[in-house]
Design a protein around this ligand. Structure first.
Ligand SMILES: C[S@@+](CC[C@H](N)C(=O)[O-])C[C@H]1O[C@@H](n2cnc3c(N)ncnc32)[C@H](O)[C@@H]1O
Length: 276
């Protein structure tokens, strides 16, 4: 499901935004989603372990631009003065990019080790789980989770929580790594195609330790189709603005519409919804 033409085919008219870009006008972020951008992001992935600052720096800029674009399309406003909640924000890698746009950035993270992993100081950091967010209803302007749902046993409960704490008119952006995609197995890939348990056992044999992302404990098989169905079932709670493969150029976004194929080729699915 894509924006805007493919979005019309994939999501019922009642679930679409009146404020979404007019038919024939591409959302700002779609215009930014070029092949050059995709290659730049893919190139940065190999630095995740060796140079996390370089890897996360690139993802941070791209994530802030994505949210800035969708928020501007939806409301005509920039991010200044807004509260952005980053669910599963780790140590707060995205803090500087949102601060540079004038937003108040709050990372929520359940794992203290992750919170302190990069030595960053993010004063507003909150310890908590995405499945039971320690915030009242309608509290934040933007609620984001990036590469988190695949680490949560109940990802759609987390999505529901994220929608709960988002203000009416605010944005919820839910982006996750698809299990059968090339990065689904994380450090155990590509052996996850033989099954998560087998991939973990192979990793253990080879490295003499458990993988950080352990299948069934901190890594789960979340499909692209699950996200598309969740978006379709959103009903009156929100308006789905777009569902697309995060790292693909615009001309490849149609992949999201094709069952089975999307499981292998989408890699990372993004759902952007505006709360009703
Ligand atoms: C791969 S990191 C993603 C970090 C960052 N959001 C990004 O896009 O680079 C996954 C994060 O999700 C966190 N996480 C795991 N379970 C969670 C939960 N139930 N609620 C919120 N975050 C969770 C992990 O601790 C970890 O920091």
């Amino acid at each position: 499901m894509l924006a805007p033409d493919d979005l019309r085919r994939a999501v019922p008219a009642t679930a679409r935004s009146a404020a979404a870009p007019r038919p024939g006008r591409r959302p700002r972020f779609a215009r930014r989603a070029t092949l050059r951008r995709s290659l730049r992001l893919l190139g940065s992935f190999r630095f995740e372990q060796t140079d996390p600052a370089r890897f996360y720096g690139g993802i941070a800029v791209d994530t802030a631009e994505l949210i800035e674009d969708f928020y501007a399309d939806h409301t005509g406003r920039d991010l200044s003065g807004l509260v952005v909640l980053d669910v599963g924000g780790g140590p707060g890698y995205f803090a500087d990019e949102f601060a540079a746009r004038g937003a108040r950035y709050i990372p929520v993270e359940p794992d203290p080790a992750e919170m302190h992993a990069a030595g960053l100081q993010v004063p507003a950091a909150v310890r908590g789980s995405g499945t039971a967010l320690p915030f009242r209803d309608d509290a934040v302007d933007v609620c984001l989770s990036s590469n988190v749902a695949e680490h949560v046993a109940t990802p759609w409960r987390m999505a529901q929580e994220m929608l709960r704490v988002t203000k009416p008119g605010g944005l919820m952006v839910f982006s996750y790594t698809v299990w059968l995609g090339p990065f689904g197995g994380h450090e155990t890939g590509p052996w996850h195609y033989l099954g998560g348990e087998r991939a973990a056992a192979r990793y253990r044999r080879k490295h003499g330790r458990e993988p950080k992302n352990r299948f069934g404990t901190s890594l789960f098989a979340v499909g692209a189709g699950e996200g598309v169905r969740w978006a379709r079932g959103i009903g009156s709670r929100a308006t789905v603005l777009a569902v697309f493969p995060r790292y693909h150029p615009r001309w490849a976004w149609w992949l999201v519409r094709i069952p089975v194929v999307r499981e292998f080729l989408v890699s990372n699915l993004v759902i952007v919804a505006a709360k009703a």
